[in-house]
Design a binder for this molecule. Structure first.
Ligand SMILES: [Mn+2]
Length: 446
């Protein structure tokens, strides 16, 4: 496709920060159009910044016979599409209009992970196989691989045993470290599953003293969250369930969950409670095992507008549910405020595999529903909860995080290249098999 200089129009400056490019030696700028595809090779040089070779401006082909009015633009490096920008353009009176000159993608995603995602490889059956990495190094590396924020447990920030002065000092240091790297804290989750006081659970413990500990520790987690700059509190009710069914009263447990959430909502009038539900592990059965249960609880709290959910792909799969439908349900309620994208190979232990590593079609559907319904536009972030395998070498301890982000962005490119009119037409004709082939071929790069 020949490009005619006089008809070039800049799409505006694309900032290198928009791209998560791992220092490619060359780039291909891909124009994926509605009816045709035009590729233009761009060698490093003018228009590229050193290191992260993102183009400062892009050009459009003239007189594409298909006259596509909908362009998907992605930066592909070393054959991998790293980010997609979408512009809506139309060809009118010999010029492209609409979208031209805008400088920010209409929808950029921000990625986060937790410090626990870079770990030693210890499991219930064996000791560590990799050294622990300093938190500061983790933050710097997450930044380097294109992440924007960090997820925390309260004691990832500061020890649960620290006094008030130490807590404030250490939390301040963590906040400064984040600031220095241009990173943010996505949320803080009170870790109510490791301490001796939470052996029987936190707020559902049968022991009033232990329930009080869980509440006080959670309030302190809120203080820590505020110190590091987030109002999001994630609750993973890890031990709020039973091994022996008769050991707790399930109706009382439900009431205790609401009482606990209310106490936190009352403690700080600005924080948001975000439930991350999981049906089992470590417990045989957890109370409120799905996001639907938690959303039902949300409406019974003193401030439902401040109670939402964090949906983890693997947790939905462990409940026998489809993660994208779980996300859709929460999106409809306007309560999807966080995600833990990962993957899971059937009904076994919580594997936290790289996103899309097991079921690409399921991962595609998650990205599709998130992108279609504007997830992220109100500050929500794309959180990954993925764990390095025990067999991973120390040198590759971040690779699962890199992979998850790349897979998400590949799938985003596919999502944004879908022919939505064709999909609607096939739905209307009840030609679902053709629709299925269309989607599967898209996933196969056909
Ligand atoms: Mn998990």
């Amino acid at each position: 496709m020949e490009c005619v200089r006089k008809n070039y129009q800049s799409l505006g400056r694309l900032r290198s920060a928009d791209f998560s490019v791992l220092k490619p030696s060359s780039c291909v700028l891909k124009f994926g159009a509605y009816k045709s595809e035009v590729y233009q090779k761009m060698a490093p040089g003018p228009g590229f910044e050193p290191g992260y070779t993102a183009p400062k401006a892009v050009v459009l082909p003239l007189d594409d016979p298909g006259i596509p009015n909908y362009y998907t633009i992605s930066l592909c490096c070393l054959g991998r599409c790293c980010l997609v920008q979408r512009r809506t353009l139309s060809w009118q009176k010999n010029r492209w209009t609409g979208g031209v000159g805008t400088t920010v993608a209409d929808h950029e995603y921000k990625y986060t992970a937790g410090p626990w995602n870079i770990h030693t490889g210890a499991d219930p059956f064996g000791p560590p196989v990799r050294d622990e990495v300093d938190f500061a190094e983790k933050v710097a590396k997450l930044k380097e691989i294109g992440y924007h924020g960090v997820q925390f447990h309260d004691d990832d920030v500061v020890s649960a045993e620290a006094d008030a002065a130490t807590t404030e000092k250490v939390a301040g240091q963590v906040k400064k470290l984040l600031d220095d790297h241009g990173m943010v804290a996505e949320f803080v989750a009170p870790r109510l599953w490791e301490h001796p006081n939470t052996i029987d659970g936190g707020y559902t413990s049968n022991d009033p003293a232990m329930r009080k500990y869980a509440l006080e520790r959670s309030k302190r987690s809120i203080d820590i969250a505020r110190m590091i700059g987030t109002k999001n509190i994630v609750l993973w009710p890890a031990r709020e369930g039973t091994y022996i069914r008769e050991s707790k009263d399930p109706v009382t447990a439900t009431q205790r969950a609401v009482d606990y959430i209310n106490a936190l909502l009352d403690y700080d009038k600005e924080i948001r409670i975000i439930g991350e539900m999981k049906p089992n592990e470590p417990m045989d059965h957890a109370y409120n095992p799905t996001c639907g249960h938690f959303i039902a609880l949300a409406y019974k709290t003193i401030d439902p507008d401040r109670v939402g959910v964090n949906i983890e792909s693997a947790h939905a799969i462990l409940a026998g549910l489809d993660p994208s439908d779980e996300m859709a349900f929460a999106l409809w309620h306007k309560k999807l405020w966080a995600v833990h994208l990962n993957d899971q190979n059937g009904l076994k232990f919580d594997e936290d595999k790289a996103f899309g590593a097991v079921n690409l079609r399921s991962a595609f559907n998650q990205v599709w529903v998130l992108d279609r319904y504007g997830y992220g536009k109100n500050g929500e972030m794309v959180g990954f909860d993925v764990k390095a395998l025990r067999t991973t070498t120390p040198e590759k301890r971040y690779q699962h995080l890199i992979n998850s982000k790349i897979i998400f962005e590949h799938l985003l490119a596919i999502v944004r290249s879908l022919d939505n009119a064709k999909i609607e037409e096939l739905r209307a004709k009840r030609d679902y098999e053709t629709l299925e082939l269309y989607i599967v071929e898209k996933l196969m790069g056909k």
